[in-house]
Design a protein around this ligand. Structure first.
Ligand code: 5GP
Ligand code: MG
Length: 487
């Protein structure tokens, strides 16, 4: 293995976040590309760096991939006119790969011996680098640094005859989190990993099937929700209808709890739960676990709002918008460097001084990762005259990294993996700091006895370190690390 190739691997591995994404596909509708653009727009919270759509028309595939927001790129009729056909798949992506990112914009496309194939992926493979290393050793030439390309390469190499069998063949080799939507000359295929870590749902509009990440993408186009794609289920949509295949040995279903805490849009219904209601219950549960006397409950907008409503309800303390958010900046994590990320918190939030001055306030946020947001906002509250600032986080402390497509940083940068709660309290400058317990989280999700340690209903690895899949690349970390240091 050459050093140069590993030099390329290294930033992918540690430079991290891979894909925090949203996917959408529609089969057999005359407005396929426009509907996909609208669906992606509704999923924009899942990724703001780039967007892409691939359509299939009269034997040809058409692709448009752009950096930036869906609304900046795909509202232009000229672009939509370049995407003819009645079948389309699309993708919004969050990554931090900077200038070279265009090559990674999905859907990825390859011309295989059995026809063209476009692939959109939400999630992250946990053995992608190891597979990639093997493929490169065998002569595969990679065009991107995305783990999704590994799947394309595996499909390309499979000896199976049909595209569905080739896809299944490649899925057998990968591990980790994935929701895929694939477009081929004959069909649209959706598949969710055996644990169902990332979401994927089935909808319908005017008789045309839709596969997408969240129900909010159905709402925007007036489509109907049909059902969730099950963990380990593959759905093949052709002109003659829909076929469900269960290619994998059964694994327990463990959707990611972080979708409910932060990632999904609050108006989405996930796994039969309203995301908004879940967040409100997280707040209610935390108010029961960790009450405190104060004058106001203030959400850190926008993500902390439903939880703060719940906290205020249960504690019977007035809910007020003590922080105003500027909506013309994206999510805080978009900027890859710590220095800029810290700066952007100031761009995004401002204290509503008139409310806060002289008050004892309870700040509510959905999660604490590096502590950047909390530190800035606590300071902002004090500068606005707050007498006491109590921080309440409606998730447990994030102690373990995520390897499944959510941008939690490496362990060293996770505040809660290195500091005690009191050290974090002191770091962010709050008078008190409380997190929701893991059992409280489960109680709020409808499990009165809390987390069942043998059969947890969700994957909650960020809080517990209990990962539902193998972590092959992670155990090769030393190897990748050492080799890249040599280069
Ligand atoms: P911190 O500022 O502590 O590093 O991160 C916590 C804040 O970032 C919270 O306000 C939370 O809503 C948000 N957050 C948590 N997880 C993620 C994530 O995976 N991506 C992005 N963009 N924001 C996150
Ligand atoms: Mg937030």
């Amino acid at each position: 293995m050459s050093k140069i190739v590993l030099g390329d691997y290294y930033p992918v591995y540690y430079g991290k976040p891979k894909d925090e994404c949203g996917i959408f596909g529609i089969y057999g509708h005359s407005d396929a590309a426009a509907l996909t653009a609208l669906g992606l727009h509704a999923l924009q919270h899942r990724g703001q760096e780039s967007a892409g759509i691939v359509t299939f028309d009269d034997g040809l595939f058409h692709a448009e991939r752009r950096m930036g927001l869906v609304s900046d790129n795909f509202t232009d009729n000229k672009i939509l006119a370049c995407l003819p056909g009645n079948t389309a798949i699309g993708h919004v992506r969050y990554s931090t790969t900077g200038s070279s990112a265009l090559k990674n914009v999905q859907p990825l496309f390859a011309d295989l011996s059995i026809g063209g194939l476009a692939l959109a992926h939400n999630g992250n493979l946990t053995n992608g680098l190891t597979l990639r290393e093997n493929l490169v050793n065998e002569g595969s030439i990679f065009q991107t640094t995305s783990d999704t390309e590994t799947v394309l390469q595996l499909i390309a190499k499979s000896k199976e005859k049909s595209i569905v069998k080739r896809f299944i063949d490649s899925l057998y080799q990968i591990d980790g989190a994935y929701a895929f939507v694939t477009l081929t000359t004959k069909n649209m295929i959706g598949v969710r990993d055996p644990s169902g870590i990332r979401p994927l749902i089935l909808g319908i509009l005017d008789g045309s099937y839709i596969l997408t990440s969240e129900t909010c993408a159905l709402d925007i186009i007036g489509a109907e929700f049909v059902r969730e794609v099950e963990n380990g289920e593959m759905i093949v949509i052709t002109r003659s209808g829909l076929e469900s295949i269960k290619p994998f040995p059964v694994r327990p279903k463990r959707p990611c709890i972080f979708e409910y805490i932060y990632f999904a849009r609050p108006d989405s219904i996930l796994g039969g739960h309203s995301v908004y209601e879940c967040r409100r219950k997280f707040g209610q549960e935390l108010a029961k676990e960790s009450p405190i006397k104060a004058d106001l409950v203030i959400p850190i907008p926008d993500s902390g709002v439903p939880a703060a409503i719940g906290y205020a309800d249960t504690s019977d303390i007035p809910f007020e918008l003590g922080i105003i958010r500027n909506h013309y900046v994206g999510r805080t994590f978009i900027e890859p460097q710590q220095s800029i990320r810290a700066f952007s918190v100031k761009l995004k939030h401002n204290a509503n001084r008139i409310l806060v001055d002289g008050k004892k306030v309870i700040l509510v946020d959905d999660s604490l990762v590096r502590g950047t947001t909390s530190t800035k906002i606590v300071r902002m509250m004090r500068e606005a005259g707050a007498q006491q600032v109590h921080m309440r986080i409606t998730a447990p402390p994030i102690k373990f990294p995520d390897y499944y497509g959510i941008d939690t940083p490496v362990k060293d940068e996770l505040l809660a993996s290195n500091k005690s709660i009191d050290e974090i309290r002191s770091y962010i400058g709050a008078d008190s700091l409380k997190f929701l317990s893991v059992d409280g989280l489960y109680r709020a999700m409808g499990f009165p006895c809390g987390r069942n340690a043998k059969h947890p209903a969700f994957t909650d690895h960020c809080f517990t370190g209990d990962y539902p899949t193998g972590l092959i690349d992670q155990s090769s970390k030393e190897k990748f690390h050492q080799l890249s240091l040599l280069s």
